[in-house]
Structure formats: C-alpha cells, structure tokens
Design a protein around this ligand. Sequence first.
Ligand SMILES: C[S@@+](CC[C@H](N)C(=O)[O-])C[C@H]1O[C@@H](n2cnc3c(N)ncnc32)[C@H](O)[C@@H]1O
Length: 275
Amino acid sequence: MRCVTPSKPGPIERGGVARSFDAHARSYDKLVGSNPGYHEHLRLSAKRMGLPDRGAGLRLLDVGCGTGASTAALLDAAPEAQIIAVDASTEMIGQAQRKTWPRGVRFVHGNAENLAMSGIVGPFDGILAAYLLRNLVHKDAALRQFHRLLRPGAPIAIHEYSVRDSLRSRIVWTAVCWGVIIPMGRLRAGSGDLYRYLWRSALRFDGVTALTERLAAAGFEDLRVQTVPGWQQHIVHTFLGRRPADPTPAIDPEANTPAEGINMTKGPPPEPGPA
Ligand SMILES: C[S@@+](CC[C@H](N)C(=O)[O-])C[C@H]1O[C@@H](n2cnc3c(N)ncnc32)[C@H](O)[C@@H]1O
C-alpha cells in the first residue's frame, strides 16, 4: 500500500484552521470521546512534563486548548496550578468555558502565533501544546515564542501526530482516518472536511527526527520523545524539552577577593612594592 502525501493546500489551510474548528466545536467532544485513548494520552503527555508539587505555585500555559480536553489533562497533572488556556476558535473556547473549572483556570481567545497580542506574557512554568503545532503557519517562530515565554529550566510538551518517519505508521494512520475518523466526522458534524485535513496535515507534518531538530533549533534542550499505547502507538508522540536553565555566571565575583577581604572604608589596599 502506498501513502500519498498531497502537495496542494486544501480549503481548510486557505481559510484558516482555527475558523474551521468553529464549525466542528459542538460535535468535537463526542468525536474525540469515541477515540479510545484520546484523553488518557493527553493526561500521559501532561504527566510526562514532570511538574512538581501538584503544580502548587506554578503558572502553566495550554496553547491551542480547544474545548478544554488538554486543559483537563494539565489540571490532572497539576491540580493546584494556575492555568491559562488559549485558542483562536471562539466556538471551541466557548465549549470549554461552558464546563466547570477551578478558579485557577482562565480561558483566553487568541492566536498562538502572537500571544502578546492577547495580553499573554510569561514567564510560565510549563507549556503544553496538544495537536496544535501541525496547524500553525510559522512553526519555528511559534516555538521560539514558547521558548521565550518559559522560565529558564521549565518544560514544554508538544503532543502531536508524527507519522512521516515510519511507513507502518502512515499506513495505520491512513486506514484509521478513511475507515473511521472521516466517516464519523461526516456523520457527527455533517462534513468530513476537517477530518480529511487532519489526515493530510499529519502526513505532511514533521517526522520524529525533524520535529526534534526543530525543537533543538528553537533553543530547547533535554529533548525526549515518547509514544503512547493503543492504535496510536508510533503515531501520537509526546515531544518533551525544556528551556535551558540560566547559565552559571562565567565570572566568579569572589575570585579576585583576597582571603582577608577588602576594607571598603579605607580605600583600596596599597600596591605591593619591593620588599
Ligand atoms: C485538534 S484541536 C486540539 C484541542 C486540544 N488541545 C485537545 O487536545 O483536545 C486544535 C486546536 O488548535 C486551535 N488552533 C489552531 N490554530 C490556532 C492558532 N493559530 N492559535 C490558537 N489556536 C489555534 C484550533 O482552534 C483547535 O481548537
């Protein structure tokens, strides 16, 4: 079986991905709810971020939060954290806001490619981007922006489809999309457009190696990739990294201080002369 990677942009790419989610917002939860493992895998990625102390005192960002499935996963990993969840689709975020959330969770309508425009500023103690990066136009710039928004040493988790490096993954992906996801989208939402786009965009998106390199180029370190169980094994992955911790200062302020210290009240000690 040969997997075809289409080269021309479809109507969804031209019209803006987030706007296309508007039309599917009401059926989205039902559709992903019938995908075995969807919520469990999001929880796994959030847990893999290794957030300490149930998130107490942490400020986290869920970028591309949709109807809040990834926000709930982040909350599961860090129930005491403050979470800002942002999405560019008013309908998707509207669905998220209809749910019950603790006081520390705030939803913001905004574009992930320019978060400052929506008043979102760092530093954050962790960022989760679930099924978002593939949809962005300027992926490298977005990753550099996430890097800037993180506190030094803080983690990022990119939860994404990545099938390009494996023929087997592309075959399974294509079979599941055309056998289940696209027909189900047609049935539940009245149109398979978004789900055909999903199939196509994952085939076109970075393989595991390319995405890891992209993260490294954006400045992330400590990069690790883990997949998930179920039919999504080697199809859905958690790409983990962190912003490097601040470097230790190159100049040791103690290095030129004599053991007896410097008496600052009497001026500098006399220059050593000939004995
Ligand atoms: C597949 S959904 C994933 C939602 C959620 N993270 C989850 O795991 O269920 C992708 C979301 O990304 C949002 N999105 C796409 N492009 C965006 C952009 N440029 N800025 C913000 N959100 C965007 C869409 O509106 C959609 O809600």
